[in-house]
Design a binder for this molecule. Structure first.
Ligand SMILES: C[S@@+](CC[C@H](N)C(=O)[O-])C[C@H]1O[C@@H](n2cnc3c(N)ncnc32)[C@H](O)[C@@H]1O
Length: 291
């Protein structure tokens, strides 16, 4: 077989035929729920060109057959298509809602020392679960009276490694006051500040795919789930699947926080909106099964 070298498109990237583009988008969708298509052609071609180079695949068709046979390559593909934008204290009103309304309700059915489990899914590079930890230390007087467990999950294995390392730049930290930065972060080195060890160790990170129930199997159930700025990348079917999995992993009486442009009401009838003074969040409307 003769392998013809790929000719770069005008933008320096390998041009994809409509069929190849659709095939790659179908693989991304099947493995992650993220929807890409013709409108993102430039973005897709750039990333596939990089992946072909890294893998020394020489052609788009070769690369697609590697993708079809090698799950590790699919993981790298997904990692390079995720949008990891996040920062500390994003949508701070929801953190206020957590300490002012959600947790006071959750602890009505718990006793001192009981576990409260909070899931940040997706957590990207860790700013969201670490924000929850910092916020509760700063703003919830009962923080020491309960056994609070915070778990961060994401499909992107590369970004999870950043989360565990806990180094953050100015852009990530910009919403935090100088006092909070000094209390919870080491001194700046190379324009990065590392979160102090105690806080890094207060969050557990685990890979998870919100549209793949099996990948979430070992995580157990949660009292509060932050699922912010993820459903926007999905179509209706993937959102339904995510809502079903969130529902299964939510303890009875638990709450779900979505991003401000996202809503559960159109996605799933199992949730109802709850209007608290600081934010609108979601709670189970009808429990389908406890299985
Ligand atoms: C924009 S970030 C949101 C991070 C954080 N929740 C926030 O609001 O700041 C979106 C994240 O979703 C992750 N993601 C995409 N598809 C996913 C899936 N199927 N399961 C879990 N995480 C996914 C990406 O890797 C990315 O880190």
């Amino acid at each position: 077989m003769v392998i013809r070298p790929v000719a770069p498109a005008g933008n320096g990237a390998v041009p994809l035929s409509t069929g190849d583009l659709e095939e790659i988008c179908a693989i991304i969708y099947k493995r992650s729920g993220m929807v890409f298509g013709e409108t993102k052609r430039y973005y897709i071609e750039r990333r596939i060109t990089d992946l072909i180079d890294q893998r020394q695949a020489h052609s788009v068709r070769n690369y697609i057959s590697i993708l079809r046979s090698d799950l590790n390559e699919t993981e790298l593909l997904i990692n390079s298509f995720t949008v990891n934008e996040t920062y500390f204290y994003r949508e701070q009103h929801q953190l206020a809602c957590l300490s002012n309304s959600i947790l006071p309700d959750i602890i009505r059915k718990k006793g001192p020392g009981d576990r409260i489990r909070i899931w940040s899914m997706p957590c990207s590079s860790g700013e969201e679960p670490y924000s929850i930890a910092i916020w509760l230390l700063e703003n919830w007087p009962l923080v020491d009276a309960y056994n609070i467990e915070i778990v961060g999950s994401d499909i992107d294995t590369a970004i999870l490694r950043h989360a565990v390392d806990g180094y953050f730049g100015q852009r990530s930290l910009s919403r935090l006051s100088p006092e909070i930065r000094d209390r919870y972060f080491e001194r700046e080195v190379d324009q990065q500040r590392q979160l102090i060890r105690d806080l890094r160790e207060s969050v557990t990170f685990a890979k998870g795919n919100i549209v793949d129930r099996q990948s979430l199997g070992a995580l157990g159930r949660f009292d509060v789930i932050f699922c912010r700025n993820l459903l926007i990348y999905f179509d209706e079917a993937a959102r339904e699947m995510a809502a079903r999995n969130i529902h299964e992993l939510l303890n009875p009486g638990g709450y779900v926080c979505l991003g401000h442009t996202e809503s559960m009401s159109r996605i799933s009838e199992t949730f109802e909106a709850v209007r608290f003074p600081d934010a609108i969040v979601y709670r189970e409307a009808v429990r389908l099964s406890d299985g």
